[in-house]
Design a protein around this ligand. Structure first.
Ligand code: C2E
Ligand code: MG
Ligand code: MG
Length: 651
């Protein structure tokens, strides 16, 4: 093996070969010279001393025999030394090749094995002596032997090392390995191919790690579904195919309803387990050729190809929704889950993946608005909604700095005597592009973007500034109600910020009323309990806003430190026509009073409504009957008019 190794294609090999033979040439020449000198000198010396021819002949015979013995000993010594050197080199080489953890082998140009190491022996399950002189066809099936031969020939033709990867099975114990093989052709000093050297390295672990990294880059670690990147890539691939085959594709955007509440109330561990089970259920109701991927959080995408009609998606969407109809059993709990789905169809609703995804998202949003647990097909009107929402978001950036926000104040009136008890501060947004935008429209967008935290601080500062001025001019009894949105409670600084704003305003804490909706309480977070307890302790009064419009859970009123219940205007609207509504409002008033809470009726527009509310014992009211929300200057005018009316009454 050593010699053959030396003879691989190397430009210096021939020169080095000549140099190698130089000592041998030198020794031979020296020996030749010594022999001639010896023969000539010894013959002449003997002839000069001995004259007897018989004795001369005997001496020369003895001299010849002596020469032969010396020469034989010399040849023996030289050959023995050369063999020993050779053997030592072979041992070095053998140890070296054995020490290499890779498979090493050598074949002649015909593919016949010349040498191999013991790692290679394991591959064929035979000893080196059994391998030498044979070819791959003697050990592996023809297909694999052809493959090896093809690569040997390719390496020889390439004239330099070639690399290929192959999975092989070891004959000794049957284990498999992924090998990276480098085949190097070897040439003699004349450039003639004399063999191919093969070295194969086990790259199984590296391949597994590469595959793992690739998997992690394309699949969601929690659910093992394709992630956003892979899902959108698959969508773009399907679009190409659908374009070619003139077919339709459906993109379903699926969002789990109120999933955040589960995370918030039961913890992320439970949320994660629920997501895994939900993903499994979604996968189970789809065909193998359909894709379901996780876009992130509680959002999933489903891709359906080969559709004839857009209506064919409806039963599939229904299946997806109904796969959640049974409770999930997680950590000994029974959890119910519903989903909202939006459907966009290629090519009608978009011909690229991002448009289709955006439109399916808009349709999903619509399903949420429709009351959740349902599906909607995308329509152009939704597109306009999305564009409008995007425009709102865009315009909202920097709107506080540009002073586009301001407050209006709506009076809250004592039902028994019409006296103004205070005001509710209501935010307004006047934008040069959008005009006057209703809070019902922009508050959800501000909540979504997180801007509500900053906006909330602005409202509190402005409202308390206004309260300070009103109280100074029109009486210390006046209160100021400010709405707090659920998102503001996620701000860990909420309590300290409010305390600080009250402190700098100089207005006493008990003149502030914070209005919150049931949505805030539903997440069940302890920091909400803490915040409400802290507000109450500071003397701030707390009102439940829009009572009756949501779950209207009595337990909330009992368990939290509320001072006021604001009955939603949707109940007040019909109390004069609908006896059931009147009874509900009466029951709510009685119940709130029994819990020691005051009751305010929202949206009072007529004298008849006010009369009924007064009759049923409602404490205060707010609505267009008394005044629309007013700009600050107008609120002051209203108060001074009231004051002068009162003064003239007293006169
Ligand atoms: P809300 O807190 O229930 O406020 C009462 C809403 O009812 C106000 O609408 C008010 O103009 C309207 N309203 C008052 N009286 C009547 C009436 O007699 N008839 C009718 N039809 N409507 C009446 P607005 O100002 O458009 O506010 C809508 C909602 O926006 C508010 O409902 C509140 O939830 C939210 N909002 C307003 N300002 C803020 C704020 O500063 N922060 C937060 N987080 N939300 C706010
Ligand atoms: Mg309110
Ligand atoms: Mg309200």
């Amino acid at each position: 093996m050593k010699n053959l190794l030396k003879q691989s294609r190397d430009p210096h090999a021939a020169r080095r070969c000549k140099l190698c033979s130089l000592p041998a040439f030198r020794i031979a020449a020296l020996y030749c010279l010594f022999s001639i000198v010896w023969i000539v000198l010894s013959d002449n010396a003997i002839e000069a001393v001995v004259s007897d021819t018989k004795l001369l002949s005997d001496i020369q015979t003895g001299k010849g025999l002596f020469f032969i013995v010396i020469t034989t000993l010399l040849i023996f010594y030289l050959i023995h030394r050369a063999f020993r050197e050779h053997q030592r080199s072979l041992n070095y080489m053998h140890t070296l090749v054995e020490a290499i953890p890779d498979l090493v082998w050598l074949k002649d140009p015909d593919g016949v094995y010349v040498a191999c190491n013991s790692k290679f022996e394991r591959f064929f399950g035979s000893k080196e002596r059994e391998i030498i002189g044979k070819t791959d066809y003697d050990f592996v099936d023809k297909e694999l032997a052809d493959f090896f031969r093809k690569h040997d020939v390719a390496a020889a033709q390439a004239g330099g090392p070639t690399i290929n990867e192959e999975e092989v099975t070891y004959a000794d114990d049957g284990h498999k390995e992924m090998l990276e093989t480098i085949k190097t052709p070897m040439f003699d000093s004349n450039g003639r191919l004399i063999g191919v050297l093969g070295i194969a390295r086990d790259i199984t672990l590296r391949k597994q790690q590469e595959e793992q990294i690739l998997h992690q880059a394309h699949f969601d670690t929690l659910t093992d579904l394709p992630n956003r990147f892979l899902s959108l890539y698959q969508l773009s691939q399907r679009i190409v195919e659908a374009k070619r085959d003139n077919e339709q594709i459906a993109v379903l955007f699926l969002d789990l309803d109120d999933f955040k509440k589960i995370n918030d109330s039961l913890g992320h561990d439970t949320g994660d387990k629920l997501l895994i089970d939900a993903a499994r259920r979604l996968r189970s109701v789809l065909r193998d050729e359909d894709t379901v991927g996780r876009l992130g959080g509680d959002e999933f995408i489903v891709l359906l190809s080969g559709l004839k009609h857009a209506e064919d998606v409806a039963p599939i969407a229904e299946n997806l929704i109904s796969c959640f109809s049974e409770a999930f059993h997680i950590d000994g709990r029974e959890l119910m889950l519903t989903a909202s789905i939006g459907i966009a169809i290629y090519p009608g609703d978009g011909d690229d993946s991002s448009t289709l995804l955006r439109n399916a998202d808009a349709a999903m949003y619509h399903s949420k608005e429709e009351g959740r647990n349902t599906y909607s097909y995308f329509t152009d009107a939704m597109n306009r909604d999305v564009s409008h929402r995007l425009l709102l978001e865009e315009q909202m950036h920097g709107a506080i700095r540009r002073q586009e926000f301001y407050l209006c104040f709506q009076p809250q009136v004592d039902v028994s005597n019409g006296e103004i008890l205070g005001f509710e501060a209501l935010l307004r947004w006047k934008n040069p592009v959008l005009g006057l935008v209703s809070p019902a429209e922009f508050i959800p967008v501000a909540e979504h973007s997180g801007l509500i935290v900053q906006l909330g601080e602005f409202v509190l500062i402005e409202a308390l500034k206004a309260a300070g001025e009103l109280r100074a001019n029109f009486g210390e009894h006046l209160k100021m109600a400010v709405n707090l949105s659920p998102r503001q409670f996620r701000d860990p600084n909420l309590i300290s910020v409010i305390q600080e704003i009250i402190g700098t305003s100089g207005v006493p804490a008990d003149s502030l009323e914070l209005e919150i909706t049931e949505g805030v309480l539903m997440s069940g977070h302890t920091f909400i309990d803490n915040a409400l307890a802290a507000f109450s302790q500071d003397g701030i009064s707390i009102a439940m806003d829009d009572f009756g419009s949501g779950y209207s859970s009595l337990s909330y009123l009992r368990n939290y430190p509320f001072d006021v219940v604001k009955i939603d205007q949707s109940f007040i609207r019909d109390i004069t026509d609908d006896p059931a509504d009147l009874e509900l409002v009466s029951a709510a008033i009685a119940m709130a009073h029994s819990l020691g809470l005051k009751v305010l009726a929202e949206g009072v527009e007529t004298r008849a409504q006010l009369a009924l509310l007064a009759e049923r014992g409602c404490d205060s009211a707010q609505g267009y009957l008394f005044s629309r929300p007013l700009e600050f200057e107008d609120a002051k005018v209203l108060l001074s008019n009231k004051q002068s009316a009162l003064e003239s009454e007293q006169v």
